[in-house]
Design a protein around this ligand. Structure first.
Ligand SMILES: [Fe+2]
Length: 261
């Protein structure tokens, strides 16, 4: 199975304020077109902050964008999302809760467990016990394939100074214990920091994706929010093999060139 991981689209319906690039939505559209044309792609995982201001008009943009994606997808919400509005865009999922968006996507020997780490009114994320109880139930089911967990907030520090103050601030320890008890190491996909990095979290490997809307500069131990920087966009392409192998490539689609196409 081939899985593309993208994150933090921060779609806007008009001129974007603040850090978001003015062409963020055009770049996201270009990325979706690029992924739709990628031969052999089986799944796209989008780890939150689909829109910038959680406005209905932005979710209309998201709905239109997803209609052009020719590949199955899994979405988790980020701190910029509105759960109810996002759920209305993607209503046809086996959500395990009337409000939160956690659910499981499974095909063959790959399962993606989507977690909802949003804590309304906070930038940081939380996983509360009811959702972790549900996760424990899913992990207890017999399954011999690849298990991936998708959530917006990284469960471990990145070394990026102040940004590390707004990661997953509740539930990370139990999450780690649950995943460490699995027979096979689990892969965690997240976003939120607008900076790509890889980390070990217990026995799991964390892959954090950058953003199409803006990227932070690498500023280790930064006491303040780091500056944004324009660097070539890339995203991870995971090759999940039947023999248990797991290869991660980095793709560098030219979003600016594609946006003009
Ligand atoms: Fe974001």
């Amino acid at each position: 199975m081939r899985l593309a991981h993208i994150s933090d689209l921060h779609l806007t319906a008009s001129d974007a304020p603040g850090l978001v690039r003015a062409d963020a939505t055009a770049r996201a559209r270009a990325l979706i077109r690029d992924l739709s044309a990628l031969p052999g792609l089986d799944l796209v995982v989008i780890t939150g902050d689909t829109v910038n201001d959680a406005r209905p008009q932005e979710y209309a943009v998201l709905s239109d964008l997803l209609a052009g994606l020719s590949v199955p997808f899994v979405i988790v919400p980020g701190n910029h999302d509105d759960r109810a509005l996002l759920r209305a865009v993607v209503p046809d999922r086996p959500y395990a809760d009337p409000h939160l968006l956690h659910h499981v996507w499974q095909r063959g020997d790959v399962r993606v467990i989507a977690l909802d780490s949003v804590s309304p009114t906070e930038v940081a994320g939380r996983l509360l016990d009811p959702q972790l109880d549900w996760l424990a139930e899913q992990l207890a089911r017999p399954f011999a394939g690849h298990t991936l967990v998708a959530l917006h907030h990284p469960p471990c520090a990145s070394g990026m100074g102040r940004l590390d103050g707004a990661l997953l601030i509740q539930g990370a320890q139990r999450l780690r214990a649950l995943l460490d008890a699995q027979d096979r190491p689990v892969t965690i996909l997240c976003g939120h920091l607008h900076r790509p990095f890889t980390a070990r979290f217990g026995r799991s490997t964390v892959h954090a994706a950058t953003s199409t809307a803006f990227q932070f500069a690498l500023a280790l131990d930064a006491p303040d929010e780091p500056p944004t920087v324009t660097q070539p966009f890339h995203h991870a392409l995971h090759l999940l093999q039947a023999d248990g192998g797991h290869i991660v490539h980095q793709r560098f689609p030219d979003l600016d060139g594609l946006a003009d196409a």
